[in-house]
Design a protein around this ligand. Structure first.
Ligand code: GLN
Length: 193
């Protein structure tokens, strides 16, 4: 079984777990403690509130072991707040969180909660069919470094990208009925095993 963790501090944890349960050969694990980091083959950092999740990661002493494991090559996927936590740079802030992915993100880039929206888009690397993309107080990627593959853009802004073992999406595939993105991430993990 492939052990896929979901960082279990805040945000859309259950929704990611339920998506992973639909994929054969995958055992979803709710991750809260340092020891669990050693057991998993990949990790999803869910949407929620990045400042809060960043703080709790430190309180639970999971921050450094997690950063190390990502730098060693463990596949990781950040959705929305998760993307902010992975970014090396955050527009207008002089600090980052994990700071592992060579992207610069703008938080709350589409306005407040009330400006949440959904679009349909085909992302060929992920699925041949259009996928529903849900944006909730979403960030976008303003700049990417050289080694980063852009997977999708919306109105000229980058909304999904991959750099080696790291995947980042502005939107929430776990809030749809379509598990293509979760399958794509599980394939990233399989490439590493
Ligand atoms: N705006 C939130 C943040 O900055 C992210 C929103 C989300 O994850 N849906 O952390």
């Amino acid at each position: 079984m492939i052990k896929v963790g979901v960082l279990d501090f805040q945000g859309s944890v259950i929704e990611h777990i339920e998506m992973l349960e639909k994929i054969e050969g995958v055992e979803p694990i709710r991750v809260k403690y340092e020891e669990q980091i050693k057991e998993i083959d990949g990790l999803i950092i869910p949407g929620g509130e990045s400042t809060t999740i960043g703080k709790i990661m430190k309180d639970f002493n999971i921050f450094l072991p997690l950063k190390e494991k990502i730098l060693e090559g463990m596949p990781v996927w950040g959705t929305c707040a998760g993307m902010i936590l992975l970014a090396k740079k955050i527009v207008g802030q002089d600090y980052s969180h994990l700071g592992v992915m060579d992207i610069e993100v703008k938080r709350n880039a589409y306005g407040s909660q009330i400006d949440s929206f959904m679009i349909e888009k085909t992302i060929p690397q992920v699925s041949s069919k259009p996928i529903s993309l849900v944006f909730i107080r979403a960030p976008y990627i303003e700049k990417v470094g050289e080694g980063v593959e852009i997977l999708s853009e919306h109105e000229g802004k980058i909304i999904a990208a991959r750099e080696k073992n790291m995947l980042a999406t502005s939107f929430h595939p776990e809030l749809t009925e379509d598990e293509s993105f979760h399958r794509y991430f599980v394939d990233m993990i399989k490439e590493k095993l």
